[in-house]
Design a protein around this ligand. Sequence first.
Ligand code: UFG
Length: 337
Amino acid sequence: MSILVTGGAGYIGSHTVVELLNNNVEVIIIDDFSNSKPEVLEKIKQITKKDFKFYRMDYGNAEELKKVFEENPSIEGVMNFAGYKAVGESVQKPLEYYTNNISGTLTLLNTMKKYNVKKFVFSSSATVYGEENDIPYVETMKTGSTTNPYGTTKVFIERILQDLYKSDTTWNIAILRYFNPIGAHESGLIGEEPQGIPNNLMPYIVRVASGELKELSVFGNDYPTPDGTGVRDYLHVVDLAKGHVKALEKLNKDQQGLHIYNLGTGRGYSVLEIVHTFEKVTGKKVQYKIVDRREGDIAIAYADTKKSHEELGWIAEKNLEDMCKDSWNYIEKSQKK
Ligand code: UFG
């Protein structure tokens, strides 16, 4: 029995593949390297000392996808990491985002249905809570209004999955709402590698610390938070990856259902807390300046983690120091190459 992982060479996909292989789950990866590098596959093998099948292809290509299912009758479930994820870019390229994220997922689901594979783990995001809900975010809250096409694709796909399940309750689906994953595998062999100038906080911080970028712009210090800067629920990507293994175990046990889980630590840190912890742990200075708020940002977001804790037996174990240390370790190692 094996699990098909789309986008398995990407940041969250690669860390999840490592955890799956470490748990003796057989894995088949699909990736087109549109936001990842082929070397990652070798690094996964180096870390786990395990092998897997790989297909270089777009997960939205129905013909090629069909071939993958034909050639691998062992596929019993799918984890989908192949979505585009840059908020700002999605505003510039809505059609690319709707096509890749929504059409891609529909092609995948249609193909799964055809081959009677109904176990599906979907990468969703805390962004679906929108701007109206109170914190902490609980899975039962109504999904909110999104401010960009990327977020809208997540809301739409969640809705599609709910409709699908309603129509056929033999589907077995877990929707995982990620908060802010940072950090990297402790080996320093895999990590986050955004193309171009990073939009997210930690990738930006590590590039300032390494001298690649001059200074961090802190987007606003007049939010109603203890130090005025935005507060988010950062979690270590390896904890997030382990959450996927737990979700898969839950699906294996239940056989059918649709479940939604927040994956976060349940506590928030401000931008300046991240900067200062990073400086303390790495001994590197992070120059920053305070600038205006970024459009679309909210003051505070963090998860209610009760459901994932109780139903999955999952809890984020690594702390902020680990997250900062491992983010930096990955950058240092990749610079030494
Ligand atoms: N920030 C800065 N400077 C930067 C980058 C970020 O001050 O250069 C601040 C933001 O204002 C925010 C915090 O750092 O307060 C975190 O920002 P990120 O861009 O790292 O993360 P977001 O919480 O904005 O976005 C993340 C994911 C999105 C997802 C969103 C909501 O990147 O995919 O959470 O769930 F949509």
